[in-house]
Design a binder for this molecule. Structure first.
Ligand code: ARG
Length: 586
């Protein structure tokens, strides 16, 4: 990575080391370095307040004397052009041309890998996301976990971690007893096969209505679930079939979104791993009897009481999460075990992670709940039962259709363009989702998701396509020459063609991309990458509007192409991390 901060820290270290009684090391200097909001105050600034006490000198005076010393020792033609004191600050000004060239060299050396790192090497990170309940519709509320998790997995992988993508399907519980009974009583195989989730949902609702009048149905359902738990052939086969048919529908949506998983081991997978958890909880003295049920009392931590088994002995969601965590540790030996699950389940996660800790597992703190806010509808709360629901597949379909219409207005829609429309329409939906801070609730709006103006996916994709078209206009010979120029003769110095503010602004944003990726991973917040992608796209558009790139002078043209190639790589890498594809033409 281009490490200007360290270079500056070393410059500051010089005069500090020469003063007796002041103990400030490089790390402390690095931490104190600021990026001024107003570039008139330099590209970097170092505040001298903290040196004042040890030196018994006013910070303004220190800034003045240090700036003078550092400034007079600066090499000519280097990255740092000027050092100036202003108040208590030492301001550092970069040489635009030298800086831009260094950034381009750095990007070209890494290309597809630009922004990646090896920090995660040898460590396994599990990212669990999406995890829908089978036999329930996949609606717009599910998009958050799915794309936030998918993107975090990409980001962790880019940082060198060995990533496992897990889908903890909600495929177990008493509701499957109800489904089995409903299907036996009034179901049809053809209907299920034709529209699995819709049909199963209908059965489920119908079951509830009929059970109101005839409570014996509930007993029958309990018996069916007990049979399923025992592994009786008929019940097991039906359940497997429901699961498979539902999964087909989910997979269609995942394919559209470009989302994949390494494992679909859902709740049912842990059903035979439950006894061990119960035994262990009991042996460690954590279980309490309460009206025939078993609980862990968590009042001490203000987490209420966690219900571990019901009075009929059946286990619960939380028990399966405890079993899953233990299994994952033993099976994957994870470094971090990340759960991308709605903030509504905050208490659930706090409870079971605390229980795992109380069981004596030190790795409990490596289980991390990454919460996100709710999606509301303009028409109020989403409710499958009341039919107030927006299906994700419909949203994706409409977004693609709208894109196709826009293309058709300009002429016929070719096969290639059909694919482009898919990239743009679906990319728009994903991008919008990842543009929001994940903790915030938001209201789903068709208008907003289908608007391609402003800070949207299509806008960023367009800058990529624009860069691609500039490169193809320039031709292969020039593009190769640019790559050659920056990689073979990187002896520092400038190219002479990056003197404007726009080139500088763009190069700064490109240079900041690796830090952005690292920050997104640290905060589990893909929107940091999304916003940075918008910033780069805007800076790139300012650059090519302002400057002619394909000029007659070949050496100027080639030098500038380097910056275009770099912007294109940065945008591509950012979008790829978000799971948004990049059309070459738009
Ligand atoms: N299936 C659950 C739901 O739809 C989400 C599962 C979250 N993951 C977990 N390990 N508890 O609400």
């Amino acid at each position: 990575m281009l490490d200007i901060k360290t270079e500056i820290a070393k410059l500051i270290e010089g005069p500090i080391a020469a003063v007796d009684g002041v103990d400030v090391d490089e790390d402390a200097i690095l931490a104190a370095l600021e990026i001024p909001t107003d570039t008139a105050n330099g590209d970097y600034a170092f505040p001298c307040f903290r040196l004042a006490k040890g030196m018994r000198t006013a910070p303004q005076q220190i800034a003045e004397s240090f700036a003078g010393k550092i400034g007079s020792a600066l090499p000519v033609g280097g990255m740092i052009e000027r050092v100036q004191n202003a108040g208590a600050y030492i301001n550092f000004y970069l040489n635009k041309d030298v800086f831009c060239r260094a950034v381009v060299s750095d990007v070209l050396a890494k290309s597809e890998a630009y922004g990646s790192s090896t920090i995660g090497e040898g460590k396994t990170v599990l990212v669990e996301y999406s995890s829908p309940n089978i036999a329930k519709p996949f609606h717009i509320g599910h998009i958050r976990s799915t794309v936030i998790g998918g993107s975090l997995a990409n980001i962790m992988e880019f940082l060198g971690y060995r990533v496992k993508r897990l889908n903890h399907l909600g495929d177990y519980g008493t509701q499957f007893g109800k489904l089995i009974v409903a299907y036996r009583r009034f179901g049809s195989r053809e209907d299920v096969e034709a529209a699995p989730i819709e049909t199963l949902l209908k059965y489920y609702t119908e079951f509830h209505e009929k059970a109101k009048a005839d409570p014996s149905l509930d007993d029958e359902a309990r018996a069916a679930f007990a049979a399923l738990e025992r592994g009786d052939a008929e019940e097991l086969a039906l359940w497997e079939w429901f699961r498979e048919e539902s999964l087909k529908e989910f997979t269609d949506v995942y394919d559209m979104l470009g989302i994949r998983f390494d494992s679909y081991a859902g709740e049912s997978f842990y059903s035979d791993k439950m006894q061990r958890v119960l035994d262990e909880l009991d042996a460690k003295g954590l279980l309490l009897e309460s009206d025939g049920a078993q609980i862990v009392d968590m009042d001490e931590w203000e987490m209420g009481k966690a219900l571990i088994t019901k009075s009929d002995g059946s286990t619960l969601y939380i028990t399966r999460d405890i079993a899953a965590a233990i299994y994952r540790k033993e099976h994957y030996d994870f470094y971090k075990n990340i759960y991308v699950v709605a903030s509504q389940q905050d208490l659930h996660f706090r409870q079971w992670i605390k229980i795992v800790e109380l069981m004596g597992y030190s790795w409990a703190s490596d289980c991390i709940h990454v919460p996100f806010g709710l999606v509301h509808l303009e028409s109020g709360k989403m409710s499958t039962r009341e039919g107030n629901v927006v299906f994700l597949a419909d949203v994706l379909g409409e977004a693609v259709e709208k894109t196709e219409e826009i293309i058709r207005e300009k002429g016929v829609l070719t096969e290639d363009e059909r694919e482009t429309a898919e990239m743009i329409g679906i990319g728009a939906v994903i991008f919008q989702e990842l543009h929001n801070n994940r903790r915030k609730d938001y209201v789903f709006s068709w208008d907003k998701v289908l608007s391609f103006e402003g800070e949207t996916g299509p806008y960023v994709q367009y800058s990529y396509a624009r860069a691609s078209s500039i490169l193809s206009k320039a031709g292969e010979a020039d593009v190769c020459a640019a790559a050659e120029l920056y990689t073979s003769s990187n002896t520092g110095g400038g190219s002479g063609y990056f003197t404007g503010e726009n080139a500088f602004g763009l190069a700064k944003l490109i240079a900041g991309f690796p830090e952005t990726v690292a920050a997104a991973a640290e905060k589990f917040e893909p929107s940091i990458v999304t916003r940075h992608a918008v910033d780069i796209a805007q800076a790139f558009s300012a650059y090519y509007h302002d400057e002619q790139i394909l000029v007659d002078d070949r050496s100027e043209r080639i030098a500038k192409l380097g910056l275009v190639i770099s912007a294109r790589h940065a945008v591509k890498n950012a979008l790829t991390l978000l799971g948004v594809r990049t059309p070459e033409k738009m």
